[in-house]
Every structure is written in structure tokens, then in C-alpha cells.
Design a binder for this molecule. Structure first.
Ligand code: GAP
Length: 494
């Protein structure tokens, strides 16, 4: 797929025009790398997060062995705080290592990520890469920690410094013992969480793809070290399938295993789920999710202190005084298996997805421009967002054929009241019916229901109490009894 800036521009424009995504604080000129969701965007994102939560937690049956899984397992959720104890980030390695290299231009004062210079634009005209204008004067790369800092309490000094979390994962590791002790969960089990994370990205870009505040959907799966390779393979494949089950075009999605030199310092193996976004160059993809085998790195770090690799071993890093540089909690985070009477540090498999990137992938995947022949036999352009019904912001649009016919409006309201307790319904009585359909096509509403004179049984119509049901993608219109509508729609949005 070639990079398609025109397509991306059209998608960004639709997102603003229809209220999916707005620039943060736009009336004040906006803030780079920060975005807001509008009325349609918030529903879409909520539905995507719900689909993930349902898949991970609500519909998981611990007495049943899911297809392809090594064995039965338990799944629970938590919600941890965004500001955590500063020691969490010291032992996890983020304080010392969560850096990007940045370069500054002394001439134009712009700042770039060192590894993005070749694909960045110098603000000077004509458009070139940083360093390519004669006047460019780039500094040597310097390290820049991506964690946002804040202060707890009134004193703004080192002792009270804290960080906005750059990932939700640590919330699961530090609560491992709490969850085991309070919920009687047994290995293997997963702890899932969704929530905001913040990273002071040097060069946020590509719309909502790389932002400074974003939401993650992460799950930490704790298992016996010997079983961990099988669980890694299971979660890697299962997470890939989640995207295609919800309608992502499999031709635009890849599962890419990391090369050895790409692996994080703790990772035994990682695979990324990546999507061919329109802003990607030919053959390139953008990461939606990383599935990592993290070994025992995290639980050991929070027990013993910050770890470093020494040959094949992970050892506690020593400070100049020969003591642990950043001591752990000292709490016992081992697991005792009642059946085998074995005590060990569980290994962790982590599928870590970005909710906002996933939303963007679903938006790009849904965006379709078509040429259709209208009622008058003329060709016209149609933009339609072909979302899977489960994630579509609204599931059904309800339209009285005419707004000035009280009987039609009353019947349409009756249909809304029938459906609304079960799904998001959009009621629209304004304008020609064709225009109302088009508006819902752009919003991605999979079904339209029109209440017309047949519905009212005028002229002894045999179609009394039936409606016109329009399919967004095929534009086919059929008649359906109002009494069958709810069951039909519920089946489609399941
Ligand atoms: N706990 C592991 C972890 O956080 P990560 O690859 O850094 O791993 C996981 O982040 C996911 O979070 C990414 O695959 C991506 O979808 C999302 N993500 C990370 N940084 C982001 C950013 N600046 N803007 C939007 N999403 C981001």
C-alpha cells in the first residue's frame, strides 16, 4: 500500500466534520499531540474498549478452555491510579531508560526525534528534511526522558516529584499480590486494565497515532515459566484475530516478530500487530499492539530492585555504594502452587494495545468513497464508514418519512423507545430521506429504519406495522415487522 496523504487528509477532515475527533483546545490554537473525541468518536472508542473488555474479562469463562489455549485460565480486571509511587518508575527502569534521543536545530529552534530526522520536515521552506538546508545547524543527539513530571502536595522539590504513568502495565505488577490474596485466583491468570497513559513525545504526529496523552488496553498474564512459550504463542495469535474479527482488513494487518536487537532489555520475545495506515510508506505499517514475553523481569524488579542484564542473567543494578541502585519493595511476589508445592516467580505475557491507535485503525479501515447512482439516475459520490456493527457509534437511525405528519413522528418515537434501552439509536426527522441516509452513512450507522405511510397502515396497506430497513453497505431496502426489529438488530450488533 503506497502512502496516501490525500486519503489521510480526507479521513482527518471527515473526523472533524462529523465529530469523531477534534484538536484539543482548538479555539486557543490547539495543543500539539493532544486530541479530543467528539460525539461520534466517544461512542466509537467506548465500543472498541468494551469489545476488548468483553473479550478479555466479561465473556471469559474460567471453566471452559478457549480454542487454542494451552489450558483453562482465569481473568480479572483492575483500575490503578495514574500517579503511582515514584519508586515504581525507578525499579521498573523507566526513570533511567525511558528515553528518546532528540536533536535541536539551532537555526529554526525546531526539535526532532533523532531516529525520525529522515522522515521529518524542516520548518524552513522549501520543504526538506532537517539538516538539508544550508542554514540548518543540528545539535548532537541528546537523551530526553518521556515521562511527564508533577509534584505531590505543596512543595515543588525533588522529594515530592512524581510522574504521570507512561504505561498502565505497572499497575498490574504492583497489585499482583493484592489480586492473588483478595480474589483467590490461581495461576495461570491475567489482570487487565484500560486507562490513560502520558508520554512527552518529542514529535507527536500522524493525527492520533502518536500523541502525548493516550489510552492503553493492557493485560498481564501470569503463568508458570515452563508454560510461558505456549502462552506467548496463544496470546499473540488470539490478539491478531481480535482485530480481524471486528472487521479490520486482514490484507492490511500483520503480525511482526521483533528481531533480537529490537527487543526491550527485559523481553524474551515480542510480536507487534501492525496496520497499513494511509500515512505509512509502501510496505510499512504502524504498531497497534505489542505482545511481549516479559519473563520474570517485572515481578523480580518490584521485589528485588531495578534489574540489569549481565550476560544471560538479570541482576540487581548496584549503585556506587555497592547497594541496589533502586531497591524494590522487598515484598514477596513469588507464587506458591498448592498442588505441586512449588514456589516460583511467575512469568508474564503482555498484550499491550493502544486504544486510540486502534480507533484510528478502525476509522481508516472503515473509510470508503463510492460512486453510486441516485434516485434520479445521476451518479454521485458517497462516503460511508463501514464499521463492524458491534463498534459503530450508532447502531440504527430512525427516520419518520415526513416531519410534519404527527402520526409518523409518534410511530418513529415509539420505535426509538423500543430500541433505545438496548442500543445507541439516532433519531433524525430533518431533511430529505436520502440526505438523512447519507448523514448516517458518514457516521457509520449500519442500519436505517424509516417509518412511512405503510407503517401506519394507510389505504389498508398490508404493510401495517412494518418499516423500511436500509442496510448501510449494500443500500438495500427491505420491509420488516416492527415486532422483529429488536431481535434482528441485537443479533447483528452482538
Ligand atoms: N507496557 C508495554 C507498553 O506500554 P508500548 O509498545 O510502549 O508498550 C503499547 O505501548 C501500545 O500503546 C502501543 O502499541 C501503542 O498502540 C500505544 N502507544 C504507545 N505510545 C503511544 C503514543 N505516544 N500515542 C498513542 N498510542 C501509543
Amino acid at each position: 500500500m503506497a502512502k496516501d496523504s490525500t486519503l489521510m487528509d480526507a479521513i482527518v477532515s471527515l473526523c472533524k466534520r462529523r465529530g469523531f475527533v477534534f484538536q484539543s483546545s482548538e479555539i486557543y490554537g490547539g495543543l500539539n499531540g493532544l486530541w479530543d473525541y467528539g460525539p461520534l468518536g466517544v461512542e466509537l472508542k467506548r465500543n472498541i474498549k468494551d469489545a476488548w473488555w468483553r473479550d478479555m474479562i466479561t465473556t471469559h469463562d474460567e471453566l471452559d478452555q478457549p480454542e487454542g489455549s494451552p489450558r483453562k485460565f482465569q481473568m480479572v480486571g483492575i483500575e490503578s491510579s495514574i500517579i503511582m509511587h515514584p519508586r515504581v518508575w525507578k525499579t521498573s527502569g523507566h526513570y533511567d531508560l525511558f528515553h528518546d534521543q532528540m536533536v535541536d536545530c539551532r537555526t529554526c529552534k525546531a526539535r526532532f526525534r533523532a531516529d525520525h530526522v529522515a522522515s521529518s520536515e524542516c520548518p524552513q521552506k522549501p520543504s526538506k528534511c532537517p539538516g538539508e538546508h544550508e542554514t540548518c545547524e543540528l545539535t548532537e543527539p541528546r537523551e530526553f526522558n518521556l515521562m511527564f513530571e508533577t509534584y505531590i502536595g505543596a512543595m515543588r522539590d525533588e522529594d515530592n516529584k512524581a510522574f504521570l504513568r507512561p504505561e498502565t502495565a505497572q499497575g498490574m505488577f504492583v497489585n499482583f499480590k493484592n489480586v492473588v490474596d483478595s480474589n483467590r485466583v490461581k495461576l495461570p491468570f491475567g489482570i487487565a486494565q484500560q486507562g490513560k497513559s502520558c508520554r512527552n513525545e518529542i514529535t507527536p504526529r500522524n493525527f492520533t497515532f502518536r500523541t502525548r496523552e493516550f489510552e492503553q488496553m493492557e493485560m498481564e498474564f501470569f503463568c508458570h515459566p515452563e508454560e510461558s512459550p505456549k502462552w506467548y504463542a496463544y496470546w499473540r495469535d488470539r490478539r491478531f484475530k481480535w482485530y480481524t474479527d471486528l472487521g479490520i482488513d486482514p490484507e492490511k494487518l500483520i503480525l511482526r516478530d521483533h528481531e533480537q536487537d529490537e527487543l526491550s532489555h527485559y523481553s524474551v520475545g515480542t510480536a507487534d500487530v501492525e496496520y497499513a495506515f494511509p500515512f505509512c510508506d509502501e510496505g510499512e505499517f504502524g504498531e497497534l499492539e505489542g505482545v511481549a514475553h516479559r519473563g520474570d523481569f517485572d515481578l523480580r524488579s518490584h521485589m528485588e530492585g531495578k534489574l540489569v542484564r549481565q550476560g544471560d542473567e538479570l541482576v540487581v543494578e548496584q549503585g556506587e555504594d555497592g547497594k541496589p541502585k533502586y531497591p524494590g519493595s522487598g515484598k514477596d511476589l513469588t507464587y506458591f502452587d498448592d498442588e505441586t508445592k512449588e514456589r516460583f516467580v511467575p512469568h508474564v505475557i503482555e498484550p499491550a494495545a493502544g486504544a486510540d491507535r486502534t480507533v484510528l485503525a478502525f476509522i481508516c479501515n472503515a473509510y470508503t468513497e463510492e460512486t453510486i447512482t441516485n434516485d434520479k439516475g445521476k451518479e454521485e459520490a458517497r462516503i460511508v464508514m463501514k464499521f463492524h456493527p458491534r463498534i459503530a457509534p450508532y447502531k440504527v437511525g430512525v427516520f419518520p418519512l415526513l416531519k410534519n405528519k404527527p402520526e409518523l413522528v409518534a410511530k418513529a418515537r415509539e420505535v426509538c423507545n423500543l430500541l433505545r434501552p438496548h442500543m445507541a439509536v439516532f433519531y433524525d426527522e430533518g431533511g430529505a430521506i436520502g440526505r438523512r441516509y447519507r448523514r448516517q452513512d458518514e457516521a457509520g450507522t449500519p442500519y436505517g429504519v424509516t417509518i412511512d405511510f405503510e407503517t401506519l397502515g394507510e389505504n389498508d396497506s398490508a404493510d401495517k406495522d412494518t418499516v423500511t430497513l436500509r442496510d448501510r453497505d449494500t443500500m438495500e431496502q427491505t420491509r420488516m415487522a416492527i415486532s422483529e426489529l429488536l431481535a434482528f438488530l441485537l443479533e447483528k450488533i452482538r
